[in-house]
Design a protein around this ligand. Structure first.
Ligand SMILES: Nc1ncnc2c1ncn2[C@@H]1O[C@H](COP(=O)(O)OP(=O)(O)O)[C@@H](O)[C@H]1O
Ligand SMILES: [Mg+2]
Length: 336
């Protein structure tokens, strides 16, 4: 769907080229929610703005379907951009216009002049984002979450096939963030829209994304399914992001386990394995003792998962671990 081929990007500042994105290639599949996570300045906005060519790459190609975006003339590019909606951290609404006019704006921009058609489409969009009663308000009369819903309705107006979200929930409180993410997930499911979402919060990735790329100082240092990256992060930057979401497993905390006898193990359960009583059964059968040091059961998008840190001791530990692995439980031994 979206394909970056050997893309890189530098900004020219005071006669010097400053690299913002090192050469990378990346494919984003049709219909997925793809997350890009990174700290401030990592190059996230640059990367997402390359997709609709709000920024031009310094080299390489960007393909959407079969279309090479980097080869288009101005008129063709304008037409392609109608297929790509975008929402922003600070909403970017027109403050002097009503909710209805903000949502109608891209329809008018695309050449629609029929007032009845515009009205019908605006009503549909208001219903989709749950703002029907707010149609005649101005942005200053709305909460942050409501403003972002207007932003989403506006982005969807021309029925795009791609929605780009640049830190769309970063200005919102946790509860409002959850409801906006739920709306994005619903739009992805029901409209089969491809969503590219950038964020600095692992929790946002965990709740809605299918796959994720981790951006660190202009480089993609890790990418894969959210479950793989979240349960088994390999790059130090990814580990820090994951640990923010799992504070009890914060980096360096393993030292706290130094005085605890036995082997320190982290068990990851995915899907059905999350609910099976494997641990108790294996302990009975092999006679090992275990002690739970940290743990959490939650969901990665729709996938239930559990992650437990255990101290395990006894003669049967190796046999116990072999049985747990056979049951589909992923096991890592933590260094101490
Ligand atoms: N228009 C620009 N001109 C010059 N430098 C820029 C411009 N936009 C971004 N940068 C620089 O590129 C780097 C990546 O920025 P950005 O993509 O905005 O990161 P993020 O969205 O992850 O915070 C930063 O060092 C930033 O200062
Ligand atoms: Mg940014």
């Amino acid at each position: 769907m979206i394909r970056f081929v050997d893309v890189h990007k530098s900004y020219r500042v005071d006669g010097k080229d400053l690299p913002a994105l090192q050469p990378f290639s990346l494919d984003i599949a049709d219909g997925e929610v793809f997350g890009i996570i990174g700290h401030s300045g990592a190059g996230k906005s640059t990367l997402i703005r390359l997709i609709n060519l709000l920024e031009r790459p310094s080299g390489g190609r960007i393909l959407i379907g079969e279309t090479d975006m980097t080869a288009l003339g101005d008129a063709e590019l304008r037409a392609q951009r109608l297929r790509i909606g975008m929402i922003f951290q600070h909403f970017n609404l027109l403050s002097s216009q009503t909710v209805a006019d903000n949502i109608a704006f891209p329809l008018r921009l695309a050449g629609e002049r029929d007032a009845a058609k515009i009205r019908t489409r605006v009503d549909e969009l208001l219903q989709r984002v749950g703002l029907t009663e707010h149609v005649n308000k101005h942005p200053s009369q709305l909460s942050g979450g409501q403003k972002q819903r207007v932003g989403i309705a506006r982005a969807l107006a021309n029925r795009p096939s791609i929605l780009l979200c640049d830190e769309a929930t970063s200005a919102l409180d946790p509860q409002t963030t959850a409801s906006v993410l739920e709306l994005l997930a619903e739009i992805n499911r029901e409209l089969k829209l491809t969503i590219v979402l950038i964020t600095h919060e692992m929790d946002v990735v965990r709740r809605v994304c299918d796959r994720v790329a981790v951006l660190d100082a202009g480089r993609i240092v890790e990418h894969g399914s959210v479950a793989d990256v979240f349960l088994h992060p390999t790059h130090p930057t990814t580990r820090r992001f994951v640990n923010e979401a799992l504070p009890e497993e914060a980096a360096g905390e393993h030292a706290l386990y130094a005085h605890i006898p036995g082997r320190i193990l982290r068990l990851s359960f995915r899907g059905e394995a999350t609910w099976t009583p494997a641990l108790g059964r294996v302990a009975r059968e092999t006679g090992v003792d275990f002690n739970i040091l940290a743990g959490r059961v939650d969901r990665i998008k729709d996938l239930p998962y559990g992650q437990l840190t255990l101290a395990m001791q006894g003669d049967g530990v190796d046999a116990a671990l072999a049985t747990l692995r056979e049951a589909g439980i992923e096991i890592e031994e933590l260094a101490r």
